[in-house]
Design a binder for this molecule. Sequence first.
Ligand SMILES: C[S@@+](CC[C@H](N)C(=O)[O-])C[C@H]1O[C@@H](n2cnc3c(N)ncnc32)[C@H](O)[C@@H]1O
Length: 207
Amino acid sequence: MDKSVSLVSGIGDLKTTKKYYDDWSRKYDSTLNQWKYTVPKKSIRLLKSKFNIRPNKILDLACGTGLFGEELIKTYKNSQIYGADISEKSLIIAKEKKIYKKLFKKDFEKKINFQIKFELVSMIGAMTYCKNFKKLFSNIYYYLLKNGYFVFSHRIDLWKKQNFNEILNAHKSYFKIKFISGPNNYLPANKDFSNKIKIRLVLLQKI
Ligand SMILES: C[S@@+](CC[C@H](N)C(=O)[O-])C[C@H]1O[C@@H](n2cnc3c(N)ncnc32)[C@H](O)[C@@H]1O
C-alpha cells in the first residue's frame, strides 16, 4: 500500500486505521523523519516560547509511537505524561521509549476515566481521524483542569471541507481560542503533501 496516498485521502474506519498504524509502527518514526515532520517541535515552541505554558500533568491523545512525547519530555522534564492511542503496536514502541507514565489503548472519542485532571491535552497529527467533534471536545473538557490547555494540529484542506471554524465556534462557551497559526508545513519531503497540504496549530483554553 502506498502510505502517503492513503494518508491524503483518508484511511477508513477505526479498525482499518488501527491496522494501518499497527502495520506501520516499526517504521513510522524513520518514515516521518524522512518526510521531515516537525509539527511536534513546532507545537512545543508554541506552548513554551509563545505562551510559556508549564504543565505538570499532560495527556497526549493519539500519541502513536511517542514522537510528540519525546519533545514534551525534553521540555517538561518533571511532568507526568499519559498517552492514549488505538494502535497497540504503536503503543508498544511508545512504551519502549520510557516517556509515558501510563499508556491506554483507547479511541479518543471514548472517555477514559482518569482519577486525575490534566493541565495540558495534546492531539498532534490526528484530528484527521475525528468523526465526532462533539464527543472529542466533551472528553477533552472533562480531562482538563479549569484554564487547562488543548493543543492540536489540523490539516487546512480538511479544515475548509469541514468548516472547522464553525466547529470551534460551537464550543466557544467551553474553550477560549488562544491561538490559530497560519499555514505550516506538514510532511514537506513527502511528494503528496509537500507544499500542497499544510496544517494549522491551534491552542484552546478551557473556560
Ligand atoms: C499521524 S499519527 C500521529 C501520532 C503522533 N501524535 C505523532 O505526532 O507522531 C496518527 C495517530 O492517530 C491514531 N489514531 C487514529 N484514530 C484514532 C482514534 N480514533 N483514537 C485514538 N487514536 C487514533 C493512530 O493510531 C496514529 O497513531
